[in-house]
Design a protein around this ligand. Structure first.
Ligand SMILES: C[S@@+](CC[C@H](N)C(=O)[O-])C[C@H]1O[C@@H](n2cnc3c(N)ncnc32)[C@H](O)[C@@H]1O
Length: 315
């Protein structure tokens, strides 16, 4: 089911008066001019994400084991909501843009189905591993990571972001508040650094060399600065499991700049990776088209790119 992301944004609740004024202003612009906001919340404000039918069904199955509940049946109102505090960062780290929840993150949450987590869990079980390892890079408030942990059993989610003390404390608190800490751990990590921080906490003795690797890596709105592309791609190269099933999903708003996004696409090959698909998707959820770096720039606030990346060759 597709969902109107902008309609969802209008259900966002914020405790701070200034962000309420901002939201009101943004809502008016949306209805008057079709203006699409790039973020859904501001630093320190509370954001509530309402789970959709798919999420509720997965969550019910996860909670009830084999007992399959009917579509959309939730056990309580709080089960149907994820409540997040939007992080603040130390002033020296404002350039990380971690103090908002961005549209790409919301879109990823709304379209979790496209990560094909069920199939990944199945493949991982067949290959003899206990859990599917999913890493989110630059998670910010943690929405996709927390949602995945809420919806699926058989997953080990790693919500990671830059080692900024304020940011990481809020992220950890969001994980705890939404009661997913047993399936979702927070790892402070600056792209390109030593990846041993991602080693499994309970190491499987048969898997000593692969303990840090991930089956799926996701990231929302992390591509705006081309200076970060080499370290981000190097991180993917270091952390993606050497398997034909392993995938990276990068979602980014096209306001990032088409040539900036194309620059990343052009360098994927240098890291032994391959672009499997690149689709432009409308933020409303209605409409998709093939990526085209030369497309005219109008309406770029309403479109995102969703890239799917895999290994070029698996040894
Ligand atoms: C635009 S925000 C997106 C946040 C979140 N994914 C969302 O969509 O709401 C970019 C995120 O990438 C993280 N980031 C940027 N540069 C980074 C780096 N070099 N290492 C680790 N994280 C980084 C920021 O801290 C921030 O959380």
């Amino acid at each position: 089911m597709r969902r109107d992301a902008q309609a969802q944004m209008s259900t966002t609740s914020s405790t701070r008066e200034d962000s309420e004024v901002e939201d009101l202003f943004s809502d008016s612009l949306q209805s008057l001019y079709g203006y699409a906001p790039l973020t859904c919340s501001s630093a320190g404000s509370i954001f509530q994400y309402h789970l959709q039918e798919d999420h509720l069904r997965w969550q019910s199955v996860t909670r009830q084991g084999l007992l399959r509940l009917t579509k959309g049946e939730a056990t309580s109102e709080t089960d149907a909501i994820i409540t997040l505090v939007t992080p603040m960062t130390e002033s020296k780290n404002w350039s990380l843009h971690a103090s908002s929840i961005w549209t790409s993150s919301l879109f990823l949450a709304d379209h979790l189905r496209d990560l094909q987590i069920d199939q990944h869990i199945q493949a991982v079980k067949e290959s003899g591993h206990a859990n599917l390892r999913i890493l989110e890079l630059g998670t910010g408030a943690g929405l996709p990571s927390i949602l995945i942990a809420r919806c699926f059993d058989g997953v080990e989610v790693i919500a990671s972001d830059y080692p900024d003390a304020k940011l990481i404390a809020t992220l950890q608190s969001n994980v705890d508040t939404n009661v997913v800490a047993t399936k979702c751990c927070v790892v402070p990590y600056a792209w390109g650094n030593d990846t041993s921080v991602f080693k499994r906490q309970t190491a499987d003795p048969e898997e000593t060399q692969d303990e840090h690797l991930m089956d799926v890596i996701i990231a929302a709105d992390t591509l705006w600065d081309p200076e970060f592309h080499p370290t981000l791609l190097r991180t993917l190269q270091m952390l993606l499991r050497r398997s034909t099933d392993a995938r990276v999903h990068l979602v980014a708003a096209i306001h990032t700049g088409r040539y900036t996004l194309q620059a990343l696409i052009d360098s994927i090959d240098d890291y032994g990776l391959e672009l499997e698909a690149a689709l432009e998707r409308h933020t409303s959820g209605d409409g998709e088209r093939e990526w085209n770096a030369d497309r005219a720039e109008q309406e770029r606030r309403q479109w995102l790119i969703w890239m799917k990346i895999k290994w070029k060759r698996v040894p």
